[in-house]
Design a protein around this ligand. Structure first.
Ligand SMILES: C[S@@+](CC[C@H](N)C(=O)[O-])C[C@H]1O[C@@H](n2cnc3c(N)ncnc32)[C@H](O)[C@@H]1O
Length: 251
């Protein structure tokens, strides 16, 4: 039997983690155990889940929620407690993560966990209100060069969900990339990363009718919401040095 450790998510919700080794899930990525097994990355995860909280906490309870990349279930614990969904459907490719999801969520109801590809579930059902897209890898540059998730996102957004959250890795080393993006794709980004989020808000709106009202971020990732509204002033919230334990800490 693998060992199990106990955690608090968002400083109050119990979370138990079965210790396992990372599994290769695609040719260029491992499952979330690669990340959660490192203490530095656990601090980042604590910031990630606070970004998600800020994006969804104003929503009413009783909605239908889909999470396309369930990982080890830290977002799922937050969503269960913050949103009390009527249904919560989770997809995850790694069998080890799926075992962990079943364990961590065993005391909650209305949850369906599918062990398979998000490509087969995103935008398939007509009744999803809130979709949490914690992509393993998503940036404008990747999607324009080799569209992987955008076709699925377009299908999802054509079904009129109320709110979708996107994890975008362009924050990582943004200061080294913005000029290269301008040259490669003819953009007008500046060295201020807000220009990237403003650009993405307009880009999503032109392609899907959804824009970005809010963006939570830390040193390596953007977490933004998409809603079916025209682009306007974007609200930002930064999770800086020392804020990780408020999202994930040892119990
Ligand atoms: C960023 S992690 C999600 C972490 C999660 N939010 C949590 O709280 O634990 C992304 C997850 O997506 C999974 N994954 C990668 N490619 C996938 C695919 N095509 N379909 C479904 N899951 C996938 C990985 O195994 C990984 O666990």
């Amino acid at each position: 039997m693998n060992s199990i450790s106990k955690w608090k998510v968002l400083d109050e919700f119990d979370f138990e983690l079965i210790h396992q080794e990372p599994t290769q899930v695609t040719k260029d990525s491992l499952d979330y155990y690669e990340y959660i097994n490192s203490s530095r990355n656990r601090m980042q995860t604590g910031k990630n889940v606070q970004c998600i909280k800020w994006l969804v906490e104003h929503l009413e309870p009783g909605m239908i929620v889909e999470e396309s990349f369930g990982g080890v279930g830290i977002f799922a614990i937050a969503i269960q407690n913050l949103l009390k969904p009527a249904q919560h459907r989770i997809t995850e490719l790694s069998p080890h993560c799926v075992e962990q999801l079943h364990y961590a969520l065993r005391n909650y109801s209305g949850i369906k966990i599918y062990n398979g590809k998000a490509e087969d579930t995103i935008g398939i059902s007509d009744d999803c209100d809130v979709c949490i897209m914690d992509f393993p890898l998503f940036t404008y540059s990747r999607e324009v060069t080799n569209p992987t998730w955008v076709p699925h996102l377009k299908r999802l957004l054509s079904k009129n969900p109320k709110l979708v959250t996107i994890t975008d890795g362009a924050r990582f080393h943004y200061h080294l990339h913005w000029d290269r993006l301008n040259k490669k794709f003819g953009l007008n980004l500046t060295n201020d990363f807000h220009s990237y989020i403003e650009f993405m808000s307009i880009w999503f709106y032109e392609h899907t009718g959804y824009s970005i009202p809010r963006c939570g971020f830390h040193g390596s990732c953007f977490y933004y919401s998409l809603e079916a509204i025209p682009p306007s002033k974007i609200e930002y919230l930064h999770f800086g040095e020392g804020t990780g334990p408020a999202g994930l800490r040892s119990a």
